[in-house]
Design a binder for this molecule. Structure first.
Ligand SMILES: C[S@@+](CC[C@H](N)C(=O)[O-])C[C@H]1O[C@@H](n2cnc3c(N)ncnc32)[C@H](O)[C@@H]1O
Length: 243
């Protein structure tokens, strides 16, 4: 099956947006895993004085995690799907959180940098040119700025691949079919199988010029299936604001 890309993917997310929060609420650990990954950015002072980007914010669940991890940061959240963004904007947010309808690829030209940190949850598996998006992220981050990518990325072990396929066949695709979004949830299944393994994505980050790259597993049944990737934009400088 061909994976959904670009406008087709944005349209599929538009269609799925009314039921997206209900489906992810059924997913054990969805919110706590996002919060754990956002906290792994270890932004100091609750993010006071920092500008942080949520790339591919969807309906705002990852934005909420970022806000909880850095309650004093200014947060810009962007997404390619107008339907997902409509759901995000309809939620209550403090003034320092704002949403923009932009693709990750367009973000580099939007004049939003320099940023102190970027959080990207469940995005990279969906983009056509991950290296270009990583280059865009680096161009937006200040030197030493932090990146946390929360993503389905298998270890490469046959057991994790088989578990992912069993969960998709048994739960995710049938549930998505009930809401009329089979193509999107089938895409979820296949895109995870097609995406980089955790070590390959860590190598991709290093090749893109990120430093201090490490992959940390999440807890629960998704251990070996979802990872947080942490990295910095090049070397750090004396006196920088994030530690
Ligand atoms: C699986 S959802 C995750 C949303 C949110 N980060 C969360 O954790 O709940 C992936 C989101 O990435 C967005 N997306 C996919 N490709 C994108 C791109 N190239 N630029 C910006 N957003 C994109 C989709 O529209 C969708 O809202």
């Amino acid at each position: 099956m061909t994976l959904l890309r670009d406008h087709d993917l944005a349209r599929a997310f538009d269609h799925a947006s009314p039921t997206y929060d209900r489906l992810t609420a059924l997913h054990p650990g969805y919110r706590t895993d996002l919060l754990r990954s956002a906290r792994r950015l270890r932004l100091p002072d609750g993010g006071a004085g920092l500008h942080v980007l949520d790339l591919g914010c969807g309906t705002g669940t990852s934005t909420r995690a970022l806000l909880r991890a850095a309650p004093r940061a200014r947060i810009t959240a962007v997404d390619a799907s107008s339907g997902m963004l409509r759901r995000a904007r309809a939620k209550p947010w403090p003034d320092r959180v704002r949403f923009l309808h932009l693709t990750a690829e367009e973000m580099a030209k939007a004049g939003e940098g320099p940023l102190d940190a970027v959080f990207a949850a469940y995005l990279f598996r969906n983009v056509i040119h991950p290296n270009r998006v990583l280059a865009a992220v680096r161009s937006l981050l200040r030197p030493g700025g932090r990146l946390a990518v929360h993503e389905y990325s298998l270890t490469g072990s046959p057991a994790h691949r088989a578990l992912w396929t069993a969960v998709c066949r048994g739960v995710i695709v049938p549930t998505g079919t009930l809401t009329g979004d089979r193509a999107l949830y089938h895409h979820l299944w296949r895109s995870v199988l097609a995406f980089d393994t955790a070590s390959a994505f860590a190598d991709r980050l290093a090749r893109a010029g990120f430093t201090g790259v490490r992959a940390a597993p999440v807890a629960g049944w998704q251990t070996g299936i979802v990872h947080t990737f942490l990295a910095r934009n090049g070397s750090t400088t004396t006196g920088e604001r994030t530690r």
